[in-house]
Design a protein around this ligand. Structure first.
Ligand SMILES: [Zn+2]
Length: 190
């Protein structure tokens, strides 16, 4: 989650901090960097790491799509690519929704088809495997899907702009995240 969490109050980054409680035990919290550096007059409370993790996981539940939607979209994508191959000049209206979601350009490269499929797959299943991922897979997945997640004082997470606007870079990140999730999900894997 490092690097994507922001304070919704003053828009500064949230930093990991290990403060001691009264018993002298260290607890990991996210604190507002605007506040600690006195750059802003923000007074938001620190967010326990566990809560921040739950909020980020909830963001995936919000952007995830159902298996049914995935099947329908995949069918559309396949049909659209078949059509495109038949007549390359035609614009693909079927891809509009998917494009909006993935900010994809209308690449004619067939490799893109594979990327789209794995990105859709990851969106379909992202909430569940995300929870079981290791830290590295979570970090890659967070970066693939989100540029900023603002955490409000009411402990609501608000997703900022989607990650990289360059579609190919974005799909590359999604692929990397899917690979990392797969590795993390392998029983007894590295
Ligand atoms: Zn703040």
């Amino acid at each position: 989650m490092k690097g994507i969490l922001y304070c919704a109050t003053c828009k500064s980054r949230l930093h990991l901090d290990f403060a001691r409680n009264k018993q002298g035990i260290r607890y990991a919290h996210y604190v507002c960097s605007g506040q600690t550096s006195k750059r802003t007059t923000c007074t938001r409370k620190a967010v326990p790491v566990g809560i921040a993790e739950e909020l980020v996981a909830a963001c995936y539940e919000r952007i995830g799509i159902s298996e049914q939607t995935f099947t329908a979209l995949a069918r559309q994508v396949n049909a659209a690519f078949a059509e495109r191959m038949a007549s390359c000049a035609q614009e693909l209206a079927e891809l509009t929704d998917i494009d909006r979601k993935l900010e994809s350009d209308h690449e004619q490269d067939t490799g893109q088809r594979k990327h789209l499929a794995s990105a859709l797959k990851l969106l379909t299943y992202c909430a569940a495997p995300y929870q079981q991922s290791d830290d590295e897979a979570k970090r890659l997945t967070d970066q693939a899907f989100f540029e900023k997640i603002h955490i409000g004082e009411d402990e609501q997470a608000v997703v900022g702009r989607a990650a990289s606007r360059e579609p190919r870079a974005r799909l590359g990140r999604v692929e990397g995240a899917a690979g990392a999730q797969k590795r993390a999900a392998l029983p007894g894997g590295p």
